[in-house]
Write a protein that binds this ligand. Structure first.
Ligand SMILES: [Mg+2]
Length: 228
């Protein structure tokens, strides 16, 4: 193996988080008596991405994410009387319920297990991520799960990767490979700290920050050509 540690991002790298969010939003909106359609999901996705980017840039806190994303959604939909806290709690419950792995992840994690050390590096809320990882059938294959909401540091900040590095024994940085779908949080963040990086880019989007990726894959099985 070319590396001693693989640091996997969770959402939209190992888990199909887009699917979970869509199911959760649909069920919550219907439960609260609102309509749901693709247009509304696209609005939510845009707002949610903006809010998480603001979080990655240290402009807002986890607590603010919870209310801001739905406040802005209901503002755009013209529904100003929604109970945002109740909606957010329901949404978290549904995200956990509809957690699902990306196809091919199962077999690849089975294949890697025992051959290389694995950890999860995720920006997320502990009240969402912990329960999801508790029911994750491959949880025991990961030696560490680093959740930004728990350690109070987040990707792409150096302090996050430094925490991960120290906790995993602080080997030479060349022993670490970061795998993730987010070109800033995962790929720029990992590279900026000094780790090698692999961009999981299934939809083959182009991005000016591609230069921070040592490798690019469209399917997790393509990691074979990097690791062996
Ligand atoms: Mg991700």
């Amino acid at each position: 193996m070319r590396y001693k540690w693989i640091l996997f991002d969770a959402d939209n790298t190992l888990f199909d988080f887009t699917y979970s969010q869509k199911k959760a939003l649909e069920q919550c909106l219907l439960d609260f008596g609102y309509e749901f359609n693709d247009k509304i999901f696209n609005i939510f996705t845009r707002l949610n991405n903006e809010i998480w980017t603001a979080y990655d840039e240290n402009k807002i806190s986890h607590e603010e994410i919870k209310t801001l994303r739905f406040k802005r959604l209901f503002d755009e939909l013209g529904k100003n009387n929604a109970d945002i806290n109740a909606f957010n709690n329901k949404f978290i419950e549904k995200l956990i319920e509809h957690s699902k792995l990306i196809e091919d992840t199962d077999t690849y994690l089975e294949k890697l297990y025992g051959k290389i050390n694995m950890a999860i590096i995720t920006n997320g809320m502990k009240e969402v991520q912990r329960p999801r990882f508790e029911k994750f059938p491959h949880k025991s294959k990961f030696e560490h799960i680093f959740i930004s909401g728990e350690i109070r540091k987040s990707k792409p900040n150096k302090e996050y990767f430094e925490h991960v590095h120290k906790t995993t024994g602080a080997l030479e940085k060349s022993n670490y490979l970061v795998v993730g779908d987010n070109i800033i949080a995962d790929i720029y963040g990992g590279k900026n700290y000094g780790f090698d990086t692999c961009w999981y880019n299934p939809n083959m989007i182009s991005d000016k920050n591609r230069k921070y990726a040592d490798y690019e894959i469209q399917n997790i099985h393509e990691m074979d050509k990097i690791l062996y």
